[in-house]
Design a protein around this ligand. Structure first.
Ligand code: 6CS
Ligand code: FE
Length: 301
């Protein structure tokens, strides 16, 4: 069986230097970049920096019902035992719930918010479907951090995502401040692919979703990009929105405050970028991590 060519080799035995990305960031042709809710200026900012921040994209009180639902999940012992729920190392608090849009009608409807969909389509220039959804709870005092990484490096290697035509919408469910481990991003880092060293063991996700050791860029590459572009940590009230490109380097610190930093993540993939066999050579990851069953274009509610 002919395999799709692997343009982004990673999880290697030997280090390969970073190289410039091969795909456009904004897939919409220049003459049509203004066709959508984002101004041309905002589209160019996404192209240049690899993320956008919208304070109070949704009103704080719109988040109330979502927060109540998340609090119910924290008390749901069955849900805590399901494979799509990842606990913090101490095995008490929930770290992440994957496939949240398949568990909850309310969250599913939110994936099809008309304004959000139009923005995503304006950037990817295509219909989209949900590759992955998750809520990262990051509870007060107990929420551990996430090492620097490119989501695309994992989704290409472990899920067989061919190209960079995918982005994440992260909706801030509880106020993100400088103390409770806000998402940190390196502006401009999406323009480079950093091959990572280390072969991927089968069922790697059982470890990587707690502490990611594989697919973490080397310190020299991170240092170069941080010195070139600094680090930014968008902060804002519940309802704020961060849109970041699938290859933008991001991570976050542990939550040392008493306030939870619960962020929702919807990953929108172009219907022209559907998954093939994982490039790392392992068996495909479970459906709650990488959607292989429903690639139909999302329609607004
Ligand atoms: O393996 C994954 O798909 C997950 N890992 C991280 C650290 N970010 C993306 C995604 O949630
Ligand atoms: Fe990530």
């Amino acid at each position: 069986m002919s395999r799709v060519q692997d343009l982004f080799p990673t999880r290697l035995e030997r280090k390969l230097s970073m190289f410039e990305r091969l795909d456009p960031v904004v897939h919409t042709p220049e003459q049509r970049i203004g066709d959508g809710p984002l101004s041309e200026e905002k589209v160019r900012e996404f192209d240049e920096r690899g993320f956008l921040f919208f304070e109070s994209f949704f009103e704080k009180d719109e988040m109330e019902k979502f927060i109540e639902e998340l609090q119910d999940y924290e008390e749901d012992e069955d849900l805590k035992l399901s494979e799509g729920t990842i606990l913090e190392p101490g095995k008490e608090e929930i770290r992440s719930i994957f496939g949240i849009h398949e568990i909850s009608e309310r969250f599913d409807r939110l994936t099809r918010n008309p304004q959000l969909l139009k923005i995503v389509q304006q950037l990817l220039d295509s219909d989209v479907y949900i590759h992955q959804s998750r809520i990262n709870y990051k509870p007060g005092f107990k929420g551990k951090g996430f090492n620097w990484h490119s989501d695309f490096e994992t989704w290409h290697s472990e899920d067989g995502m061919p190209r960079m035509r995918c982005l994440s919408c992260s909706i801030v469910m509880t106020d993100n401040n400088e103390f409770n481990g806000p998402l940190m991003l390196i502006p401009g880092s999406h323009k480079y692919f950093i091959p990572c060293v280390g072969r991927t063991p089968e069922d790697n996700y059982k470890e990587s979703l707690k502490i990611q050791d594989l697919g973490v860029p080397d310190a020299a590459s991170l240092t170069r990009l941080m010195n070139d572009n600094a680090i930014e940590a968008p902060k804002g009230p519940a309802g704020s929105l961060i849109i970041f490109e699938c290859n933008t380097l991001h991570g976050s610190n542990a939550n040392m405050s008493c306030w939870p930093r619960s962020n929702l993540f919807f990953v929108y993939n172009s219907v022209h970028n559907t998954l093939v066999e994982p490039f790392c050579g392992n068996k495909p990851r479970p459906q709650f991590l990488a959607n292989r069953q429903d690639w139909g274009p999302l329609k607004p509610v």
